[in-house]
Design a protein. Structure first.
Length: 278
């Protein structure tokens, strides 16, 4: 497992979507100076012949993307159910991030997505959700950071700083406009914390005063990224679910499934969130 430690973890299904997911993975791996681990999850009762076939497909997939100019691509095969295995493996290798592709919308897909996003709350590392659109070569060079009044907003600022420090990404903070004085004070406190953190590492960042409040700021960030044709929007996931979130899913689900196909980097607000090792 040591060779996989802190790698970018990508579950693969040997479908057309693997190509785009791995291309995003290569960009993220280069940004953080990490390698990639491709994870194939098969049925527990898979025969030796099936296991060998999966291994051959993994080797072929690795060869497709491997070159002297890209991060090293490793692979693993695990038996079981995808999400529990993904959680277990990501913990064992202390993955720097997990990258997954969002499926196309459908009524059946909606219910699967709600269950899926609930299960991602278990991740101790951020996860990047991408779509079918191929990444821009400088996709990770701009990080859009919507800043609202939630206490958890600070969680993503540290990860935004990693992009700035290791990838020289420009960080664009979109400051929510709040009419309530308490909410406004929280937003300002987050901005001051961000400035202190980013100035400490001499990072390149801009602060844009938005006309949107905390509930509309993420959609605006997605529009910015879509207009620029590159960039990643970074959000914090919902820490506690109420009855509504349990049924229709948390607010971040609609942002992850955005029609613009902007990649969304999700940070779970938890005390045991992994940090990125240099």
């Amino acid at each position: 497992m040591n060779s996989h430690k802190q790698n970018i973890l990508i579950p693969v299904t040997f479908s057309d979507k693997d190509k785009v997911t791995i291309e995003h993975g290569l960009l993220l791996a280069k940004a953080f100076n990490k390698n990639i681990t491709l994870l194939a999850v098969v049925d527990e009762n898979s025969s030796d012949d099936i296991m060998q076939s999966i291994n051959n497909q993994l080797e072929a997939l690795k060869q497709t993307f491997s070159s002297v100019h890209t991060p090293r691509i490793l692979s693993m095969i695990e038996q079981g159910i995808l999400m529990p295995i993904l959680k277990k493996t990501s913990d064992e290798i202390e993955a720097a991030s997990v990258i997954m592709t969002m499926e196309k919308n459908s009524r059946i897909r909606f219910y699967k997505d709600v269950q899926f996003i609930k299960e991602t709350k278990q991740f101790k590392m951020p996860f990047l959700m991408v779509h079918s659109q191929e990444p821009h070569p400088e996709q990770s060079k701009i990080i859009y950071l919507p800043i609202g009044f939630r206490k958890e907003e600070k969680e993503k600022l540290v990860w935004a700083s990693y992009f700035g420090r290791f990838n020289h990404s420009k960080i664009v903070l979109l400051k929510a406009k709040e009419s309530d004085s308490t909410a406004r004070a929280r937003v300002q406190a987050h901005i001051l914390f961000a400035k202190k953190l980013f100035d400490q590492f001499n990072l390149d960042y801009d602060i844009i005063a938005s006309t949107k409040n905390s509930f509309g700021i993420t959609k605006e960030a997605l529009q910015f990224a879509h207009y620029e044709k590159k960039g990643i929007v970074m959000i914090c996931t919902t820490k506690h679910y109420g009855p509504e979130e349990e049924i229709i899913g948390p607010p971040e689900l609609k942002f992850i499934k955005n029609r613009e196909q902007v990649p969304v980097f999700c940070v779970n607000p938890r005390q045991d969130l992994y940090v990125l090792c240099e």
